[in-house]
Write a protein that binds this ligand. Structure first.
Ligand code: SF4
Ligand code: SF4
Length: 94
């Protein structure tokens, strides 16, 4: 039997991989710093939103910072936040 080389899977999505969003996004994520755990506690906790964003547009500051130039408005971050700190707001309202 032939030996197979083991290679770990690794991917690093980042801003720009799918291009700038432009004007077609219908909703945008808005973080409530009163609910977000790291924003409230001023520490490096949680960041599940950073982990799950398929476009890699969330960075970790004092709370998540979302690059709206590239955010596609998919709402995965809002759905996965354990404390409902992210709301999806209509672009027309924002
Ligand atoms: S998942 Fe929610 S609580 Fe956690 S860092 Fe993101 S917005 Fe804050
Ligand atoms: S709405 Fe989607 S693309 Fe935008 S920050 Fe949340 S998970 Fe990322």
């Amino acid at each position: 039997m032939a030996k197979t080389k083991k290679v770990a899977a690794w991917a690093a999505p980042g801003p720009g991989d799918a291009g700038k969003t432009g004007l077609w996004r219908t909703q945008r994520p808005v973080v409530d710093p009163e609910r977000c755990t790291p924003a409230k506690k001023k520490n490096d906790a949680c960041y599940i939103c950073w982990l799950v964003c398929p476009d890699g547009v969330i960075s970790r500051g004092q709370g998540p910072e979302i690059d709206l130039e590239y955010c596609k408005g998919c709402s995965i971050c809002a759905e996965e936040c354990p404390v409902d700190a992210i709301s999806m707001v209509d672009e027309e309202e924002a």
